[in-house]
Structure formats: structure tokens, C-alpha cells
Design a protein around this ligand. Structure first.
Ligand SMILES: [Zn+2]
Length: 127
């Protein structure tokens, strides 16, 4: 597996609110963005609509010590080892909405500054 970096996206399998090994049974597959690297594992951004037990808050202290981008301040993050990644999703496979942080497969930037604002966020700016 290539060495991943913050901003890369990975697919993980979820079962009962936990990220499980790619070889185990699972309920759903989710794409997560890597926000930091520590030791041999990765910190993933956990969007508010994904329920995972054992996450941590990317508070000021933790964000600073891990070098997490400030747009992730106070979000939930979760630490995994590389063996829990079921697939690496290329940056070319989609775009994350700059507003709500949701990842859209095969979506392309649609704003002048090169970011994507998803349909839901454009439709409802107060989302
Ligand atoms: Zn959005």
C-alpha cells in the first residue's frame, strides 16, 4: 500500500459503530478523509452523520500536536491502523463538499475557487 498523507481518502468497513477489518463481516462501507498520520496509523475525519464509537475530538491541543488542518478543528477524529483500510480512494475519484464535508464519488469541483459545493448545500445554504 502506498504511503498515505492527509487529504487522501480511504474506504473502511463499519460494523456496529466500529471500523472493522476488511476481512470481517460489515454493515456498510464509508469513505473517510485522512487528517493526520501518527506512528504507523492514521487519524480519520468522522463526519457528524457517521456514528463511530471511540472517536476523539480534534481540539486545539490535539490538532496542534498532530498537525491537523484548522478546518477540522473540533470535529471527531478516529485513529486506525493501516490494516483497517479496505481500499485507498484516489483523489481523482471524487470531491468533498467544502461546506458539509460529505464526499461525492465522481463529483468535480463546481466553484470558481476549485472547490465543490454539493447540491444539498446549494439548495439549502443554511444546512
Ligand atoms: Zn454539502
Amino acid at each position: 500500500m502506498p504511503k498515505l498523507k492527509p487529504g487522501d481518502r480511504v474506504e473502511c468497513r463499519l460494523k456496529d459503530g466500529a471500523i472493522v477489518s476488511p476481512y470481517r463481516e460489515y454493515d456498510e462501507i464509508r469513505t473517510f478523509e485522512i487528517v493526520a498520520i501518527e506512528g504507523s496509523g492514521y487519524w480519520l475525519y468522522i463526519p457528524p452523520y457517521v456514528l463511530i464509537k471511540g472517536g476523539k475530538k480534534a481540539d486545539q491541543y490535539r490538532s496542534k500536536s498532530l498537525g491537523i488542518d484548522k478546518r477540522f478543528l473540533d470535529v471527531d477524529i478516529y485513529y486506525i491502523q493501516e490494516n483497517l483500510i479496505s481500499k485507498v480512494v484516489s483523489e481523482m475519484d471524487g470531491t468533498t463538499c467544502a461546506k458539509c464535508g460529505e464526499f461525492y464519488h465522481l463529483a468535480e469541483p463546481n466553484q470558481e475557487d476549485g472547490t465543490l459545493i454539493c447540491w444539498s448545500c446549494r439548495f439549502n445554504p443554511y444546512r
